[in-house]
Design a protein around this ligand. Structure first.
Ligand SMILES: [Zn+2]
Length: 101
């Protein structure tokens, strides 16, 4: 075993050297994205509707004067909106059905 003399040219330990290699980081990020996608797909299948953002699920919104409530036009006063994942699924299903006729 050789002992190297400590010199001024020895690079100091940086935080870059302690990180895992880049392919491992990319694989972990891809795995996390895949898990999130599976969870979101399950949520879209289980409950395709979510609460409306505009009226917070009440079906009515306040007018700018703060007193009068009007029907929410964003959700047609249902208080529900279709999740974008479910909207994408419906679009792709419709596209496939129309294409295979
Ligand atoms: Zn609404």
């Amino acid at each position: 075993m050789t002992h190297l003399a400590a010199t001024a040219t020895t690079p100091p330990a940086t935080t870059i050297a302690t990180l895992p290699p880049l392919p491992l980081i990319i694989a972990a990020l891809l795995l996390a994205a895949l898990l999130w996608l599976l969870g979101y797909a399950a949520a879209c299948a289980a409950s395709p509707f979510a609460r409306c953002h505009r009226c917070e699920g009440k079906g009515k919104t306040l007018k700018p004067n703060g007193h009068t409530r009007t029907w929410c036009r964003h959700c047609d006063a249902t208080g529900l909106r279709l999740r974008w994942g479910r909207r994408l699924f419906n679009y792709l299903r419709r596209l496939y059905r129309d294409g295979s006729r």
